[in-house]
Design a protein around this ligand. Structure first.
Ligand SMILES: Cc1cc2nc3c(=O)[nH]c(=O)nc-3n(C[C@H](O)[C@H](O)[C@H](O)COP(=O)(O)OP(=O)(O)OC[C@H]3O[C@@H](n4cnc5c(N)ncnc54)[C@H](O)[C@@H]3O)c2cc1C
Length: 380
């Protein structure tokens, strides 16, 4: 994008044609909402949705509404849950398994207490459980104490993106491959340059190819353990996480696995060219975490090792904004964006169509000061 590009003056077309560059969950949801608003949509992505090296490609993502005392984000998560329910209807399949989300507690854990208290004050279902109560609700599970977010659960990215691929196709989206150049009103690919009324950039770790956004791309290691030994209990098992160590576990009953990963940002990297090898040290830490909370899986077989990439901002809030020239950007989802995707898709579509976004976007501005500040830590 050149600095001399004209300033954005709003959208005038009656039936706008909008390009979305990047077909991870954010691009797919943006395209979907644009279609629902009557726009024509071209979606650029090098792969079929649900495939490729992007951050949205996996078998499980944690859904939670607990966000400490951050009521704005909690409200966004609750709104997203309702939107996921609506998408279950549209796609005709379950997308979010409501298993609950456990925040494992330390003695005197302030974050857990604040999370529980805030949820209860907002009238949302949450409980504080003793060791005995955890074991009674989820036999075989061990935790000294935990806060449970009853709205939490497991989202199925693959099922969601495959469903969206079919849905978008049925609604007439025009699919194109890799974008070579992206501007506020044009996209160039191998077939040449196309002009649009608006362009939305949702290219995840590749965003900085076209936009100067303050985010770092970090390498996150993942280890998937065979959890079939749990039998039927796997289906009901909650997502569980530990704030201090950053470790978390996501059970995916569909493939009989539990994924263990760490939410703290890893070393800088990029999906292009990375070898995706998991270190022995990380695997050991992941196994120890699993064994501590599900001792019967202490010796479980590792069925997959993988490396995924966070696009993180310093304050861990997202970037949802429009450049002065008019390019709409959704980026910096900082390892916790998936759960908000149906809401983010709506917001980015609203920005592209020149409508007022349904959420106050000040904290998501690409020029906010906090983006240049110290890296903040976020709970899982
Ligand atoms: C390991 C891991 C675990 C996570 N766990 C959770 C969780 O439990 N809960 C949660 O809420 N969130 C979680 N997240 C965060 C969430 O998954 C991401 O925020 C979200 O998937 C980002 O989606 P995206 O569409 O912005 O990016 P991506 O999914 O990366 O999509 C970007 C797309 O752009 C495409 N692209 C790149 N270059 C071009 C080009 N030139 N032309 C066209 N397209 C291009 C890419 O191929 C890709 O398909 C996790 C992320 C990771 C990496």
């Amino acid at each position: 994008m050149t600095r001399t590009a004209p300033q954005w003056k709003g959208l005038t077309a009656r039936e706008p044609h909008v390009a979305v560059v990047g077909g991870g969950i954010m691009g797919a949801m943006t395209a979907a909402h644009l279609l629902e608003e009557g726009a024509r949509v071209t979606l650029y992505n090098p792969h079929v949705l649900g495939e490729g090296p992007g951050a949205s490609v996996d078998t499980g993502r944690s859904f939670r509404v607990h966000y400490g005392e951050d009521r704005e984000t909690i409200a966004m998560a609750v709104r997203s849950k309702n939107l996921w329910m609506a998408w279950e209807q549209k796609l005709g399949r379950p997308l979010l398994h409501s298993t609950g989300k456990l925040l494992l507690e330390e003695p005197g854990d302030r974050h857990a207490l604040e999370s529980w208290r805030t949820l209860r004050q907002m009238g949302l279902p949450a409980d504080r459980l003793s060791k005995g109560a955890v074991a009674a609700e989820w036999p075989g599970m061990r935790a000294e104490a935990a806060t449970v977010d009853r709205l939490g659960g497991v989202l199925e990215p693959l099922v969601i993106l495959q469903g969206l691929q079919a849905w978008l196709t049925s609604k007439g989206v025009r699919f194109r491959g890799e974008a070579l150049e992206v501007g506020p009103q044009s996209v160039t690919d191998q077939q040449g340059e196309d002009r649009y009324d608006a362009v939305v950039l949702t290219a995840g770790a590749w965003t900085r190819r076209w936009a100067d956004v303050a985010m770092e791309v970090t390498r996150q290691e993942l280890v998937y353990f065979d959890a079939t030994a749990l039998g039927d209990r796997l289906e009901r098992l909650p997502v569980f996480s530990h704030m201090e160590s950053g470790f978390y576990a996501i059970p995916t009953a569909r493939d009989g696995r539990i994924k263990v990963a760490n939410h703290h940002p890893g070393v800088e990297g990029h999906p292009d060219g990375d070898d995706r090898r998991v270190s022995a040290g990380f695997e050991q830490g992941a196994r120890a975490f699993l064994a501590q909370h599900l001792p019967e899986l202490g010796d479980a077989e590792v069925v997959r090792r993988y490396v995924c990439f966070y696009s993180g901002t310093a304050d861990r809030d997202f970037i949802l904004d429009r450049t002065p020239e008019g390019l709409v950007i959704g980026a910096g989802f900082s390892g916790h964006g998936f759960k908000f995707a149906p809401l983010i898709g709506r917001i980015l579509a609203q920005l592209a169509l020149g409508q007022s976004p349904e959420v106050d976007l000040k904290r998501f501005s690409m020029s906010r000061k906090a983006l240049r500040g110290e890296r903040k830590r976020l709970a899982v």
